[in-house]
Design a protein around this ligand. Structure first.
Ligand code: MN
Length: 411
C-alpha cells in the first residue's frame, strides 16, 4: 500500500510579542496546510508545540480552527500530541477543545490493559498504518515517563510520535534528554518534536526525524536555521521511499555582526547603518549582533531606535538585536578565579567589584542599599497568589525599602 503523510513539529502558533513575527508563525502554518492539501497527503502529524502556550489567544485559536477545518474538508486527518509548550497537566489545553470539535485527534492517550498502562493505538481509514504517541513534558519527568509507558502491539506501518530531546541529536549540548534506546522498539518511523533543529538519522535501529520548528522562536534560531520546514514522508509497499523537506519560510534573514571594541556608541551606530545601507531589506528579518567593549558612553547611547527606524523604512518586517556580549569601558564584565558557595555570595562579590563606578547621592552606603534592594525585589510569586496581589506585595516591599534605606518620604 502506498501513501504519504506530513510530519510537522513546533509550530508555536502565536509566539513572539512582536506582531509581525507573531503573524509569521501563522503564515508558515497556513503554507504548510496548503501544501498538505495541494499535495494530497493522507494524514498529518504534529509532534508537539502546536501552540506557544496551553491557552492561546482567541485570534490564534480562530486561525488554527480555520486551518484544521480546511484539512478536514479535504478529508485529511490530523494527529497531534501536546508539546512542552502546549501541555497542561490538567489537560486544560486548547488542543482538547479542537479535539472535541472534531478537528483533530490527540494521539497521546493511555489506556489500562490488564492493569498495565499502555499507549492507545490509532489507525487511519483504508490505510495499513498504526500511530502511537506520548505527550511532551515541561521537564524532568521524561525518563520516568518512557520507562512506565508501554506501546500497544499493532499492525502495518508503525509510527511513534513524541516530543523529547534525544541525546544522540544534541551534538554535545547540555539539554535534558533521553537516549534513543529508551524509545520503544519496532516502529518504522519516529516522528519527533521539541529539538528546534532539522535532522533525520537512524540510531539504535530507530529512524528518528526532527523537522525543526515551523517558525523560528528566537534570535539564535533565526540565525542558525537556514529556513523553516516540515517533512512529507512517502511510503511505498510498507517502506519509506522518501523524506522530503518542504520549506514554508519566505522572508530573507539579514545578519549584521559588528565588533564594538574601542568605538564610541555613535561610531558603532554609523558602522551598523553603513552595513545595512548596502543590503536589500525588503520583507526581511534583520538580526543585529554587537560584541565588544565600547570606548565610552553606555550601550543605550547607540540609540537602537534609530537603527530600527532605518530598517523599517527599508521594508524590514522585524529587527532583533543581540547585545549580550556588549559592554562599556566604565562597566566591564567581571570574572572571578574563585568558586562561590551560593548565588548570593557570587552576587555580593560582583556588587563589591563594581562599587563606586556610578556617582550617586547614597555613595556612602552603596553596598547596604544594593543588598537591601536585591532582597526587596527578590520576591517570588506563590501559587495561591494572584498576579495583582503579587505586584502589590513587590511594590510594598520596594516602598518600604525606599523609606527605610534611603529615608525617602513617599507622601
Ligand atoms: Mn518547541
Amino acid at each position: 500500500m502506498n501513501f504519504k503523510f506530513a510530519h510537522i513539529a513546533d509550530c508555536h502558533l502565536g509566539s513572539w510579542r512582536l506582531e509581525s513575527l507573531k503573524q509569521l508563525s501563522l503564515k508558515h502554518f497556513e503554507r504548510a496546510v496548503n501544501e498538505c492539501v495541494n499535495r494530497k497527503v493522507d494524514f498529518v502529524i504534529i509532534a508537539g508545540d502546536l501552540f506557544d502556550t496551553a491557552l492561546p489567544s482567541v485570534e490564534v485559536l480562530k486561525f488554527a480552527a480555520k486551518q484544521f477545518r480546511l484539512l478536514r474538508e479535504n478529508n485529511i486527518p490530523v494527529f497531534v500530541i501536546p508539546g512542552s509548550h502546549d501541555y497542561s497537566p490538567t489537560n486544560k489545553t486548547m488542543i482538547s477543545v479542537l479535539e472535541q470539535a472534531g478537528l483533530l485527534t490527540n494521539l497521546a492517550k493511555v489506556v489500562s490493559q490488564e492493569g498495565v498502562q499502555v499507549l492507545k493505538p490509532f489507525t487511519v481509514k483504508h490505510l495499513n498504518v498504526c500511530l502511537q504517541g506520548v505527550p511532551g513534558r515541561s521537564s524532568g519527568l521524561e525518563t520516568e515517563f518512557f520507562t512506565v509507558l508501554k506501546p500497544s502491539p499493532c499492525q502495518g506501518f508503525k509510527i511513534f510520535v513524541f516530543h523529547t530531546s534525544i541525546t544522540e541529536f544534541l551534538q554535545g549540548k547540555a539539554f535534558e534528554s533521553i537516549p534513543a534506546s529508551m524509545l520503544p522498539e519496532g516502529f518504522n518511523y519516529y516522528a519527533a518534536g521539541h529539538l528546534h533543529l532539522k535532522s533525520v538519522k537512524t540510531v539504535d535501529g530507530r529512524l528518528i526525524a526532527y523537522p525543526g520548528p515551523l517558525t523560528s522562536t528566537s534570535f539564535d534560531e533565526f540565525s542558525s536555521l537556514e529556513n523553516n520546514s516540515f517533512y512529507i514522508v512517502t511510503v511505498n509497499n510498507g517502506t519509506i521511499s522518501s523524506i522530503e523537506q518542504v520549506v514554508v519560510s519566505e522572508n530573507p534573514v539579514v545578519s549584521i555582526h559588528v565588533n564594538a571594541d574601542n568605538l564610541s556608541p555613535s561610531q558603532v551606530r554609523n558602522k551598523v547603518l553603513q552595513e545595512l545601507q548596502v543590503k536589500n531589506l525588503e520583507n526581511s528579518v534583520v538580526l543585529l549582533k554587537i560584541e565588544g567593549v565600547l570606548s565610552s558612553g553606555t550601550v543605550s547611547d547607540i540609540e537602537f531606535s534609530k537603527i530600527h527606524s532605518f530598517v523599517t523604512s527599508k521594508g524590514a518586517i522585524a529587527f532583533l538585536k543581540n547585545i549580550s556580549k556588549l559592554s562599556t569601558k566604565s562597566f566591564e564584565q567581571s570574572s572571578f578565579e574563585q568558586e562561590f558557595q551560593s548565588v548570593e555570595e557570587l552576587e555580593l562579590n560582583i556588587v563589591k567589584q563594581h562599587l563606586g563606578q556610578f556617582k550617586t547621592w547614597f555613595s556612602d552606603k552603596e553596598l547596604s542599599v544594593v543588598k537591601a534592594l536585591t532582597t526587596a525585589l527578590n520576591i517570588e510569586k506563590s501559587d495561591e497568589e494572584s498576579r495583582t496581589g503579587y505586584e502589590e506585595r513587590v511594590s510594598a516591599e520596594f516602598e518600604n525599602f525606599l523609606q527605610k534605606e534611603l529615608n525617602l518620604d513617599l507622601e
